[in-house]
Design a protein around this ligand. Structure first.
Ligand code: MEV
Length: 311
């Protein structure tokens, strides 16, 4: 039997903009998806992850397509019968990079089961192919975080070659709370929507893209110098431009407001939006538990974790 894991992630700056080669900042979280793969006579997928309602059903076809794409990328028969188990501590909430984490976990498990000995770089490339089933035209930020972990600045290569990935080091890991709206979102449709609106309205979108680039670079600097107040302010600004490009939702805005009211120094949606998750910066255990309790009382699932853990 082959085994593998992939990290979950939270995007601090630049989701959606990264698809268009604007830099983004992403951190792995200390939860991962695990996979086990065995050669079989018939394909069987047992997905035992804790998920938000409807996640499994919504993603089922994309999951099958993703596995077939990955097998093709490994130069194997896309219909190769495999027994696949998926589990681990990362919940299947939209926005946490659960699809990329599972792609990396499955790619690693296949590589081990079939003795392919794929390097991290190869696993990342295979998982990127798998991500296309979920995101259409992914930037690659999710699978890169899922493969390597840590905190990083990421810029997609617009020409399709090697992306730019630079590790960010923080003095110490910082507490966050990730709140889930409980709504499963279709990342592919969200990504396509932004691309279409951008194409139709350059006047509105171009300045927002310029602002997103400035935010990601300033966010990186603020993380490196430990200026968390600044990181929080920049996250709030990032949420505003995500609202402007039409990827927030009433519930995401509600959770963002709730987190700020309970002391978060910054909060924004994270990932594809349209449902899914938001992230609150809470560099203080007390604030972290206050926000967690507020979410729990209001009936929202959450993950209290840290960014900047070295992996
Ligand atoms: C999804 O986690 C992040 C998006 O920017 C899509 C991508 O980068 O592939 C929305």
């Amino acid at each position: 039997m082959g085994k593998g894991s992939g990290y979950g992630k939270v995007i601090l700056f630049g989701e959606h903009f990264v698809v268009h080669s604007i830099p983004g900042v992403v951190s792995a979280v200390d939860s991962s998806t695990d996979a086990e793969v065995k050669k079989a006579t018939k394909t069987n997928i047992r997905d035992e992850r804790k998920t938000s309602k409807g996640y499994g059903e919504e993603k089922r076809l994309q999951q099958i397509e993703s596995i077939e794409r990955m097998l093709t990328a490994m130069q194997l028969d896309p219909k190769l019968p495999l027994d696949i188990w998926i589990g681990g501590s990362l919940p299947g909430f939209s926005g946490l990079g659960a699809s990329a984490a599972s792609s990396v976990a499955i790619a690693r498990a296949i590589s081990e089961e079939l003795g392919l000995n794929l390097s991290n770089e190869e696993i990342n490339a295979v998982a990127y192919e798998g991500e296309k089933a979920y995101a259409g035209n992914p930037s690659g930020i999710d699978n890169t975080a899922a493969t390597y972990g840590g905190l990083m600045w990421f810029k997609k290569n617009p020409a399709g070659g090697q992306d730019r990935v630079e590790k960010i080091y923080v003095k110490q890991p910082v507490e966050i709370v990730i709140g889930s709206t409980g709504k499963t979102a279709n990342t592919k449709l969200m990504v396509e929507g932004v691309a279409e609106r951008k194409k139709k309205d350059h006047e509105k979108y171009d300045p927002l893209f310029t602002q997103a680039e400035k935010l990601a670079d300033a966010g990186r600097k603020a993380l490196e110098t430990g200026d968390l107040k600044k990181v929080g302010e920049l996250m709030n600004e990032n949420h505003k431009i995500l609202q402007e490009i039409g990827v927030s939702s009433e519930e995401l805005d509600l959770l963002v407001d709730m987190a700020r009211k309970h002391g978060a120094i910054g909060a924004k949606l994270t990932g594809g939006g349209g449902g899914g998750c938001m992230v609150a910066l809470t560099p203080d255990k007390e604030v972290q538990s206050k926000i967690s309790s507020a979410f729990k009382t209001a009936g929202y699932e959450f993950l209290a974790t840290k960014i900047g853990i070295q992996t």
